[in-house]
Design a protein around this ligand. Structure first.
Ligand SMILES: [Zn+2]
Length: 68
């Protein structure tokens, strides 16, 4: 994968806050207390569509229950 925008400024896709905690591959919004994956931030153009990790886990659980 091509991650040449590594030094980009990450911000919370949910509230737009730049007050984030950088964890390396993920970052955490200190306002929303939601953790997001940087990879999602890089590849999803519409930032509003980015799901927090906890939301993705819930989503995966739903998919596993009713695979379509
Ligand atoms: Zn936020």
């Amino acid at each position: 994968m091509n991650l040449k925008t590594k030094n980009r400024q990450y911000y919370c896709p949910r509230c737009g806050s730049k007050k984030i905690m950088d964890y390396g591959n993920t970052f955490d919004c200190t306002i929303c207390n939601l953790e997001f994956e940087k990879e999602d931030f890089e590849f999803v153009d519409d930032k509003e569509e980015i799901l927090a990790i906890s939301e993705k886990l819930a989503f995966t659980r739903i998919l596993n229950i009713s695979p379509d």
